[in-house]
Design a protein around this ligand. Structure first.
Ligand SMILES: [Zn+2]
Length: 135
């Protein structure tokens, strides 16, 4: 038996609703996954890529909905932390970062500029490592 369906997936394809073609052959499922290119991205490159890839969908969903997706992904990070699975942690942290980036795009925040606050260490005491009391 062979059956082809279109289905929308969530976390297993990077946490975003992605429509994939699933071909079912004798009860085996073959997911069409995005290729892994091995390309490394700076924060600015990630932000540009997220905008090009998901910007339109993010704008349609809106800030509130996109924020909720981000929070949901942070919940996935919590689960991965409990399971202590390094591969899963990398995957879920990547998802959370991508959704955070979508939120930043929607509200017009440049993440690299936002990160500048930490360029010289702790934004409060100015030291690295941080020397703030009670930290
Ligand atoms: Zn400090």
């Amino acid at each position: 038996m062979m059956r082809t369906t279109m289905r929308t997936h969530g976390p297993e394809l990077g946490g975003r609703p992605v429509t994939v073609r699933i071909v079912v052959v004798d009860k085996e499922m073959f997911h069409v996954k995005p290729s892994e290119t091995g390309v490394r991205l700076s924060l600015a490159e990630l932000q540009a890529r997220i905008e090009a890839t998901f910007g339109e969908r993010d704008r349609t969903r809106g800030v509130d909905g996109t924020f909720r997706w981000w929070v949901e992904e942070v919940g996935e990070v919590a689960k991965a932390l409990r399971r202590r699975d390094p591969g899963e942690l990398e995957h879920e942290l990547g998802d959370a970062l991508a959704w955070l980036t979508s939120v930043a795009n929607l509200v017009g925040v440049d993440l690299e500029r936002a990160a500048e606050r930490f360029a010289d260490g702790c934004p409060r005491c100015g030291r690295s490592p941080c020397d703030c009391p009670g930290g």
